[in-house]
Design a protein around this ligand. Structure first.
Ligand code: ATP
Length: 228
């Protein structure tokens, strides 16, 4: 069943157009990789889905509802859990307080996210500000999960993180996938991203130009659109 459908959206920052024609679909239980070189519109597409940057044209449906005119908190309540680029936890709350502030009932209890990320359990009473970048990313994922979202969106899931932590995060993504969690993910490490993806959508200059399975994303496509 289709969970998210983005159809022909356009988006602007002031007078400057960032998205011209982006379409994508995510089905329940699927991992969709949103790809493209720097500046091609991945973050803006995610912001449009969450309506942090409202789309000016096109339609977005999520969980059977038309969401492109809804407020961001309504979209979150419908079940979109965003892990934004650059994280953004509450620095002056502890790890546990950050998670509890987001929590809604469901499978992802405080205990369940602590099992997924034991490092967070060890640091439960530490202020978020004192965590490493990688731990903050774990916390951002834990917080999004604690809302028990139908779809979790990870923008630059592992960018700039230490290798050990990246592995922990990929392991968590695999666990989530194994549980049938729907995921929309952006990440530059294709060797990690492609094996977990069910479906890829490639953006070029604000347009979705290629979509297909990771197996079909051959060297030609990679060279053309991803600069690999
Ligand atoms: P990256 O991998 O660098 O994050 P991206 O694919 O996520 O790239 P976006 O961040 O969505 O791309 O940017 C799409 C276009 O919109 C780019 O041309 C970018 O310069 C522009 N843009 C992004 N944010 C803003 C902003 N706040 N104001 C003006 N233009 C912006």
């Amino acid at each position: 069943m289709t969970l998210l459908s983005v159809r022909n959206i356009a988006s602007f920052y002031g007078a400057s157009q960032a998205l011209f024609d982006v379409s994508l679909e995510a089905r329940e239980g699927e991992v969709v990789a949103l790809m493209g070189r720097n500046g091609m519109g991945k973050t803006t597409t995610i912001r449009a889905i969450c309506r942090l940057t409202p789309p000016q044209a096109g339609e977005i449906h999520f969980a059977g509802r038309k969401t492109d005119r809804m407020r961001p908190h309504q979209i979150a309540r419908l079940g979109v859990g965003l892990v934004p680029e650059g994280r953004r936890c509450f620095p002056n709350l502890t790890v546990e307080e950050n998670i509890k502030a987001a929590a809604r009932s469901g499978r992802w209890t405080l205990q369940a996210v602590n099992t997924l990320f034991p490092r967070l359990a060890d640091r439960r009473n530490q202020l978020a500000a004192t965590l490493s970048g990688g731990e903050q990313q774990m916390l951002a994922i834990a917080r999004a999960l604690a809302t028990n979202p139908k779809l979790i969106i990870l923008d630059e899931a592992t960018e700039g993180l230490a290798p050990v932590i990246r592995q922990d995060i990929w392991a968590a993504v695999k666990t989530l996938k194994g549980e049938g969690q729907s995921i929309l993910i952006v990440d530059k490490t294709l060797s990690e991203l492609l094996p977990v993806a069910d479906h890829c959508v490639v953006l070029e200059k604000g347009r979705s130009v290629w979509t297909g399975s990771p197996d079909a994303l051959d060297a030609d496509v990679q060279e053309r659109y991803l600069g690999v």
